[in-house]
Structures are given as structure tokens and as C-alpha cells.
Design a protein around this ligand. Sequence first.
Ligand code: ADP
Ligand code: ZN
Ligand code: ZN
Length: 719
Amino acid sequence: MKTSDPHPIDPQRRIVTVAVALPVRETFSYSVPVHLADQIGVGKRVLVPFGRRRITGYLIGDGSSDRQMDVKHVLDILDDRPLFPAGMIPFFEWIATYYMHPLGQVIATALPAGLNLADVAILSITPSGQKAIGAAQLTPLEERVLPALDKRPTDLRQLQQAVGQPIARALIHQMQRRGWVQVERRIRARPVRPKTVRWVTLSGAGPLTTPLSKPRRVIRQILETEGDLSLANLQARRPGAPALVRAMERDGQVGIFEKAVYRDPFGDPIEPDAPPALTVEQTAAMQTLAPMLGQGFQSVLLAGVTGSGKTEIYLRLTQAALEKGIQVVVLVPEIALISQTERRFRARFGQTVAVLHSGLSPGQRYDQWCRITDGQAPIAIGARSCIFAPFENVGLIIVDEEHDTAYKQEGGLSYNARDLAVVRARHHDALVVLGSATPSVQSWHNTTTGKYATVALTRRINRRPLPAIRTVDLALCRDERGIHRYITPQLRQQIRQTLDDGNQVLIFLNRRGFSAFTICADCRQPIRCKNCDITLTLHQRANALRCHYCGFSRAAVGSCPACGSDNLRLMGVGTEKIEAAMAELFPDARVARMDRDTMTRKGATVKLLKDLKHRRIDILVGTQMVAKGHDFPGITLVGVICADLTLNFPDFRAGERTFQLLAQVAGRAGRGAQPGQVILQTFNPAHFSILAAKHQDFLAFYNQEIGFRKALGYPPFTR
Ligand code: ADP
Ligand code: ZN
Ligand code: ZN
């Protein structure tokens, strides 16, 4: 963004509109005192009085002058430069209206965390309060409050902790009236500021008046040949440099200055890559897409089977955008995936990429944010919140894996980043490309109504075949007990073969709702709902089996509705147990697990993916985290432990989720030179979602699903 911001605020009038980060519908007008007038700018935060508090607000434009008489003053302007460009305000306003969320809170959600200030009341004792200590007329509570305040000023919460009981505000007011305590409102800031490091520069390039000592000559020489250096760098070359440099600064031989640095969230150096020659299909896709850049609003669904080279299209399109001076936002589902796509963008575009996702520290996020507002990074890539990347005028928005539910933000401002991508594109007259191998029913529906254009990639790169998918009926697998019955002979044999061939195996188990259910030991059927034919889930506390779909409930003990046997057995299976079973069955294999439990530590995901890539893992067991967009050529076998799990979800999208998850996880197989195999174990081999996944046939799935949706009045036929 340019520093000469085109904000519409008239400094003569000095009335501004402020959106406060509070649950209020309106925006407010404030006047700007003369001493702050030259700092006004849309997109900056301001400190304003609001009732009895002082709060943060966002400057969003001109104020109305008719109320000029009674408006309050802006107390402070908190930013030297705007945090977001004026061009984003219509987008924020649209969100506020559509999601019925206060504008100031929309903006607060959009900004990187850690920027908001809180206002607290600080209580302190007065001299007459000090005198009152020990006086007879004090209540017991006052007798404890005053000495506590005498020790040090504090806020109400700390005071309550100090005296060990709640304190009514009325008591504080009373003590205030008596002149014993003072209340002062202070701002508690947890500000995130640009990180700076100290740099050293030579000053006085002319001839030296006094000869330098040898150590100083060394420093001078380094700076002469290398130019300005950070103090840390200098210290590395010449231990003891900081003390020397300080002395040299005093003598006017060098200058020390602060230089802003960006905290680099990327651990690894990334090798630059060269773009491959496009395939025929990719070329055709680019011929459709590239001319759309800069030609106004357009939504395109890029439907391409897994491994068909969609990411390469994103990269090429981004390249074409940059050549036209167009700014680009790339959304990817979540952190486990971002390392991959981010890496490919970084390999292609280097430092011009800013990364915004929740894996960054607040400081890192703020830095990345500033690289965008400073105009250093014309590309922003990140998880859902990256839709708020502060570009004045984004011209291309790419949503990778547009079907992914991780784009939904729940709680606070609830939004779907994929939908916002289309909205923002409309506001900026931009091109939005939604890519997926398994498009959402909603998006495909939009192509049938003409709302979205489509571009298809139907073949894998290098004509690699799609993996061969075999279903194995879990109900027919009778001879194994416990966990091992979930590793059918077919799967076991195929794992053995794959390991012997020196390839890698991915085992997928969506543990949710699967950790406990009951199965009949005689007929081997899981206990199903009598209404919905869905496997019942054990609710331990109630000791009941419950249908997550219709709410039907029955006792956990009893007899099998299918065969009458009362030999019911609790099946508890999760990634952890499968991992242990794998290690036991294949002692020669290196087994690892990827799920929310193992991936809590920062960097753990990246490390695991790296191990997988470098073939330090033979079998990876994981939840849906492993299903997403990874590209590991060594994986030739994907085993799905139980394909039915998501079918049990009490959601009209259960069928869609199942199809997507299975098609995606199957798509992880055979991305390298060797063809892939998928074994899909299921209790419902004839279910249309599972059949469609087996044939990787999105349209077959869609045509059946859309019929249901229409008949039952679900989205996309209702909102
Ligand atoms: P998708 O995003 O559709 O799953 P990718 O873009 O990850 O597919 O491509 C799959 C693999 O093919 C990647 O390893 C990628 O580097 C490679 N690839 C993509 N396009 C080409 C191309 N034109 N020539 C050679 N390899 C390609
Ligand atoms: Zn039975
Ligand atoms: Zn039911």
C-alpha cells in the first residue's frame, strides 16, 4: 500500500467515524483534537471514550458534522500507519450486515490477534485513606481493603484476590466519596510491535583523524567490504564486537541504528523451483483462466482429480497476476497442509509471499501482516483468516480444497472463508478460483446454475492412473478378534507387499464417534439404530448406545437386534490402538501417528511430514489430518480402516463428508511413479457415498445427493 493514503477524512473538519470493538450496531462520530489531526488515517486504531471506559476503535472514515456540537474527542491515535486499507471497508460492512455482527468486532476478528487494548480501573489509596487505617469506624472489609491498597495500587480483580473475597462496586464508590481511594482508568496494553535489531554502519567516510586500534580496524574493514551489518552478524564475525562498536559509536566512527526485521516463520531454507512445462490439460486451463485476470468479477470452479496438477495452475495464475501488478490471496485449509502449498509458493515466489495462519506467534503474524500493508508481499497465503489479508485491491483469490470444512469459523464471528472469498472478489472485481477434486455440493450446484464457470482437469500428471480402490466388507471379516479384526487379511497382506516393495503405507481412521461402539460377537454386526440403520455410539456415562442421527437410545447391554445373541462386545478402536497393532504386526516397519493428540506441539506436523517425505516412516496412521492435499510419491497403499464413520454424523452433509474424505484420502495413493492401491474397509459397501468414492466419481455422487437435498429441502435449496 502507498503511504500517501487516499483517506476521505477532511482534516479541516476533524470529525471522524469510528467502529468500536464492542457489541453495538452503530458506528460513532468523534472529533479529533488539533494535535492529532495530522495523524488521522482510515485503518488506524484510535483510543476513544465510551461511556465510562476508554476503548479501542477503528477509524473508518468521515463523521457526520451535524452532531459536531456534542461529540467527544479522540484520545489518541494508536498506529503510525493504517492496519488495513480503506478499500476493505465495504467488505467489512458487508460481513457485518450479512452475519449481523458489529462492524468493529468484524474488524477486530480480521486483524491479527494481540492488537487490542483493554481499559482497566486502577485503585490507589489517598493520604486520608492511609490515615483511616486502624480507625474505629471501618467495616471489617474496609479494614482489609485499605491496607491492601496501601501496599500498592491495583485493579479490582487483584484486590479481590488480595482480600480473598468479592468486593461490591458500591463499596469502592463509598470509599471514593469519603476520599480514601482514587480510581484511575489505565490502558493495559499487550502491544505487538515490529521487532527491530541493531545494525551498524560506518560513519564519516573521510580519512581518519586518529589512528584506529587493531580491533577497531578489523571492524571497520568488515563494514567497508560488506556494507552495513546487524550487530549479531558482526558479533559472529568478530567476538566482542558489541563493546567495540559502542566505543566506536561514542567516537563517531560508526553509527548504530534500529532496523525492523520480520520474524521468519519458515524453519527450512526452501530451494527455488523451476516451473515444469504444462500438460495439455493444464495449458487449456490456463488459456481459460489467465485472460480472466483483471477483467472484473468472475468465479471459477477448478475441478481436477487428485494429482492432476491444480497447484501448478494456482502457481501459474499467480505468476500471471503478478506480471499484471495484481495482488493475490491464496487460502488453504489448515496448518498441516499449509506447509506443503506454502512451500511450493515460497519455492516459486520467494520473499514476495506473506503467510498468515494460526501456527504463527502473534509477533510473527503481525510482521507478516505488515509485509502486506507495506507492499512487500503481493501474495498472501494462509488458512481461513487470510481472507482478511490487508490488500487494497486484491485481484485474484484462490481457494484450495474449497470443499474443506476447515474454512468454517465457528464462534464469535462465524463465517465460511470460501464464501467470503467470493464476496471479497466481488467487492474488488477480482477473479476467484475454487479448486477441488471433490467439490462441495454447493459449489457444483453453482456451476449448474451458471453462477460459476468450470475448468476441469480430468487426468493425473504423467498419465498416472488413479489408484485402484477395493472395498472389503468388514461385516464378513469374522475370524479375527479385537483390534485385529479391523486389520483384515486383505489389508494385512497388502501392507506386507507394499513394505516389501520398499514403499510407504497410509492408514486412515477417522476416530471421531468411533472410539466406542458395540458389536455382536456372534453375527459380527454392529448394533444399529432401528430407525436409521446407523451404527449406535456408546455414551459411557449413560451406559447407553445412542443414534447420533435420530437420538434413539438403548442400553449398552442386552441382545443383538439382528441375531438375538446377548454376546455383545464393546469395540474401542482409535488411531492409537491401530498404531500399536501395526507395530506389532509389522515389527520391521517404522510406524508413526498423526492426529490431534500427537500434533499439539508446534512444529510436530512439519517434522512428521518431513520424515514421511524422506521415507523415515513406513506406515503412517492418522485421522483426517492425513487426508488433506499432501503429495508423497512414496505412498502406494492407502488403507481406510472403516469408511462408514462419517456416515454416522448427525448432519445432512454426512454423505458429502464421507465421499470427500474417502476420495481425498484415496487420492494420497500412487502420486509417484508407482501406481497406487486403496483398500476401503466398510460395513456399508453398497452405500452410494462409498460407491462413488470407490469409483472416484464425483458426478455420480452429486447427482444422487442433489436429489436428496432437493427432496428434503436442504441447502443449496434453502439457506
Ligand atoms: P493436485 O493439486 O491437483 O493434487 P499437484 O499440483 O500437487 O496436484 O500435482 C501433482 C504432482 O505433479 C506434483 O508433484 C507436481 O509437482 C507435479 N506436476 C504438476 N504439474 C506438472 C507438470 N506440468 N509436469 C510435471 N509435473 C507436474
Ligand atoms: Zn448378532
Ligand atoms: Zn436413528
